[in-house]
Design a protein around this ligand. Sequence first.
Ligand SMILES: C[S@@+](CC[C@H](N)C(=O)[O-])C[C@H]1O[C@@H](n2cnc3c(N)ncnc32)[C@H](O)[C@@H]1O
Length: 294
Amino acid sequence: MANDGKVYIIGAGPGDPELLTLKAKRIIDDADVIIYADSLVPVEIADFAKPGARVYGSKEMSLPEIMDVTLRAAAEGKTVARIQSGDPSLYGATLEQMRIMEAEGVDYEIIPGVSAAFAAAAVLKAELTVPEVSQTVIMTRAEGRVAMPEGEDLVSLARHGSTLVIFLSVTRMFRIANQLQEAGYPADTPVAVAYRVGWPDQQIIRGTLTDIAQKVRDAKITLQALIIVGKAVDPNLLDPNAGEQVAVSHLYSNEYTHLYRRAGQGSHADADRADLYEAGGYEVQPEPASAGDN
Ligand SMILES: C[S@@+](CC[C@H](N)C(=O)[O-])C[C@H]1O[C@@H](n2cnc3c(N)ncnc32)[C@H](O)[C@@H]1O
């Protein structure tokens, strides 16, 4: 095969077409062939296709069928936009597609997207990494048809007590709530279930480990939902009257010196206290080229 074309595996975000990146939009606009995951990607995104582009919904296609369309188009020198939900690196079944393209010598590129995890956090107005509450986010799923690798079962992961973002598992809400409590999460741990974030019928259900499963059952939610567990999704954290119960990030504190700013002063590009900057939980950036860059 000549394979002069190019394949883009594109993260389309959670559903809202406005959460497409500019790059994703440009590639979709120009693509000759579009294969989009029509169970999780709205048709409005496929509708950006130029006139004459061939558009396929992948929901009812098998991997060999998807790859057959993809490889033929690439061999004809065409541009293929394979559009997937959220970010393709999370539960995107991209590895098997990439291996086939590697074997066939097809030029391909991944375009990242907004994962439903981050779109859900935005809708919840939650910071998933609140100082002294949780500095770790575990993205996982409950065991179902797919077995979990050793040490990644929910009970083991739950021992960390961190913020948990659980994909593909809302049908197992009762079992998950029980397992998390057995593993040490207090019964009153806040939980949010975000259903079809970014779609017109989006729903957010909030509760605790004791009542969330029944609320989800009552709402008849059985798919396309994320479960986020942990104190970081406690809506009370937003309460301005909650006082000093929550530690705040040092990054913007006036008393805190870091790489770009000295305590009690304005910006200082020459402040090289990288150790303090790191202690605030922020990655140290390369030294600015010259003073005043920030
Ligand atoms: C096959 S995975 C794809 C995840 C995707 N790659 C991402 O980064 O969001 C599908 C699961 O992601 C979650 N999901 C995807 N889109 C969602 C949305 N709009 N709202 C809530 N959850 C969503 C659900 O847990 C769903 O079962």
